[in-house]
Design a protein around this ligand. Structure first.
Ligand code: NDP
Length: 447
C-alpha cells in the first residue's frame, strides 16, 4: 500500500474507532500528515503496521471516583488513564483535573506525549490521565479526599517501572502530595511513582520551573539561529499557571519584557512589564483571579475574555494556557502586529489554521511537542534521581534541561531539513519523535 493510502486508511480507522473525540482526531491528523515521506522511505514501517499500532492505545482505563464534599454530600467523578505506548520506557505523562476532561482530551494528550517523550532522548513511553473534577473553589480537604479516591483505583495500574504520572492543568505540588501519600499507604512502598514531588521527599530541583524554562531555552536557541535573542524583546504569555509563570521568569532573566498574561476569564496588560512577584502571590499562594493584579498595579489594564491577548503587539508570543486557545484570527492579529516567533508552552494551544498562518507569514513556530518537553524531561531526571536515591543540585538539573532542549531543537531542525521542509518544526518534531519510536516498535516485534 502507498504511504498516502496508509495515512488515509489509518486516519479513517481512528475516526471510526474514536467517535466524537475531536481533539484526538486533530492531534493524530497533524502527525499523520507529517509522516507520509517517512513511510515512503521506510516500507518496513508500513509492513509492520507501525502507524496503525501507534494510534491505538496499549491500554485504556476508565474508573469511578466517589468522594465526599465538606457538606457531607457524596460526589462522583470519572477518572482516566491512557497507557498509550511503552516502546521507549514506562508510560509517562501528567494527570489533568479540569471539568472539560473527557476521554478525547486524555487520548490527544497521551498521543502527543509519545513523540514528545521520544524527543527528550530519555527512556519514557507515553501516557496521560485525568478527571472531570474541578479543583477550583474546593477546600484543601475536598481536594485531598478526591485525590485519595482517585489514587485508590489508579494505584492498581501504575508503578515506578510501569507508569509514572505527573502534574498537568489543575495538578500541582498539593495534589501530587495527596496522591503520593495515598499510594504509599495502600501499597506500603516508598517509590518514585509520581514526578513533581516535594523536594523533601523525592522531588527534583527545577521540576517546577522546567516546562516554562525549557520553552524559553528552546526559543532562545531558535532566536540565536536568526541572529537574535530575548534581550529587548516584547513578549506576551497566555495563562498564569505553572508553565506561564516560569516562562515569564526566564524571559525576564534573559532581558525580555513580558507585557501581558491571562487566565480563563481575561488578560492583564502592563506596559511597564509584568511584576511576576504579584502574579506568583495571586496564583501560587492565594489562588485568585488575574484581574486582582490591578489592585497592586494601578496603571495596568484588565480586559475581560482571554482571547484578546493575541491582539497585544509583541515580538514573541508564548501560548501557555490550554488546547486550541489561539485560532486563525488570533494568529493573523499576531502576524499583522509584527510578531516574529510563537512557541507553544501549552499542549496544542494553536489550531491547525493558526499554525498555517504562522507558516505562511514566516513567523517562526515551535510546536508544543518540542517546545514544552522540558517538563517531562526533568520528570525523567527526577526518576533517575529516585533510582539513584541521590538528589541533584539545581545547577546540574538546569544544565541537563538546557542540553536536552538544545538537542531537541537541533534534531527537529535536522529532520525538517532532511525531509525537504527546513524551518518547519511541526514536520521536524513529528518525524524526529516518530522515527525513534518506530525503530523500537519494529525491534520489539508484534506487541
Ligand atoms: P495550570 O493549571 O497551572 O495553569 C493553567 C492556566 O491556563 C491557568 O492560568 C488557567 O486559567 C488557564 N486555562 C485553563 N483552561 C483554560 C481555558 N479553557 N481557557 C483559557 N485559559 C485556561 O496548568 P499548567 O500551567 O501546568 O499547564 C498549562 C498547559 O501546559 C496545558 O496545556 C498543559 O497540558 C501544558 N503542559 C504542562 C506541563 C507542566 O509541566 N505543567 C508540561 C507540558 C505541557 P484558570 O485558572 O482561569 O483556569
Amino acid at each position: 500500500m502507498k504511504a498516502n493510502a496508509v495515512v488515509q486508511s489509518v486516519y479513517e480507522q481512528v475516526l471510526k474507532r474514536n467517535p466524537g473525540e475531536a481533539e484526538f482526531h486533530q492531534a493524530v491528523k497533524e502527525v499523520l500528515e507529517c509522516l507520509e515521506p517517512v513511510l515512503e522511505k521506510h516500507p518496513e514501517y508500513v509492513k509492520a503496521k507501525i502507524v496503525d499500532r501507534l494510534v491505538e492505545p496499549e491500554r485504556q482505563i476508565i474508573f469511578r471516583i466517589p468522594w465526599q464534599d465538606d457538606k457531607g454530600e457524596f460526589q462522583v467523578n470519572r477518572g482516566f488513564r491512557i497507557q498509550f505506548n511503552s516502546a521507549l520506557g514506562p508510560y509517562k505523562g501528567g494527570i489533568r483535573l479540569h471539568p472539560s476532561v473527557y476521554i478525547g482530551i486524555i487520548k490527544f494528550l497521551g498521543f502527543e506525549q509519545i513523540l514528545k517523550n521520544s524527543l527528550t532522548g530519555l527512556m519514557m513511553g507515553g501516557g496521560k490521565g485525568g478527571s472531570d473534577f474541578d479543583p477550583k473553589g474546593k477546600s484543601d480537604g475536598e481536594v485531598m479526599r478526591f485525590c485519595q479516591s482517585f489514587m485508590t483505583e489508579l494505584c492498581k495500574h501504575i508503578g515506578p517501572d510501569t507508569d509514572v504520572p505527573a502534574g498537568d492543568i489543575g495538578v500541582g505540588g498539593r495534589e501530587v502530595g495527596f496522591m503520593f501519600g495515598q499510594y504509599k499507604r495502600i501499597r506500603n512502598e516508598f517509590t518514585g511513582i509520581l514526578t513533581g514531588k516535594g523536594l523533601e521527599w523525592g522531588g527534583s530541583l527545577v521540576r517546577t520551573e522546567a516546562t516554562g524554562y525549557g520553552l524559553v531555552y528552546i526559543m532562545a536557541e531558535a532566536l540565536k539561529d536568526m541572529g537574535k535573542s530575548f534581550k529587548g524583546m516584547t513578549v506576551t504569555v497566555s495563562g498564569s499557571g505553572n508553565v506561564a509563570i516560569y516562562a515569564v521568569e526566564k524571559v525576564q532573566q534573559l532581558g525580555g519584557k513580558v507585557v501581558a498574561m491571562s487566565d480563563s476569564n481575561g488578560y492583564i496588560y502592563d506596559a511597564d512589564g509584568i511584576n511576576l512577584d504579584t502574579v506568583k502571590k495571586l496564583k501560587e499562594v492565594e489562588r485568585k483571579r488575574i484581574k486582582e493584579y490591578l489592585s497592586y498595579h494601578k496603571k495596568a489594564k484588565y480586559t475581560e475574555g482571554c482571547a484578546g491577548i493575541w491582539n497585544v503587539k509583541c515580538d514573541i508570543s508564548l501560548p501557555c494556557a490550554t488546547q486550541n486557545e489561539l485560532d486563525e484570527a488570533g494568529a493573523k492579529a499576531l502576524a499583522k502586529n509584527g510578531c516574529i516567533a510563537v512557541g507553544e508552552g501549552a499542549n496544542m494551544p494553536c489550531t491547525p489554521e493558526a499554525a498555517d498562518v504562522f507558516l505562511h507569514n514566516k513567523v517562526l513556530f515551535l510546536p508544543g511537542k518540542a517546545a514544552n518537553a522540558g517538563g517531562v524531561a526533568v520528570s525523567g531526571l527526577e526518576m533517575a534521581q529516585n533510582s539513584q536515591r541521590i538528589p541533584w543540585t539545581f545547577e546540574k538539573a538546569d544544565a541537563e534541561l538546557k542540553i536536552i532542549m538544545t538537542t531537541i531543537y537541533k534534531n527537529a531542525s535536522e529532520a525538517a531539513k532532511e525531509y525537504g521542509q527546513p524551518g518547519n518544526f511541526i514536520v521536524g518534531a513529528n518525524i524526529a519523535g516518530f522515527v525513534k519510536v518506530a525503530k523500537a516498535m519494529l525491534a520489539q516485534g508484534l506487541v
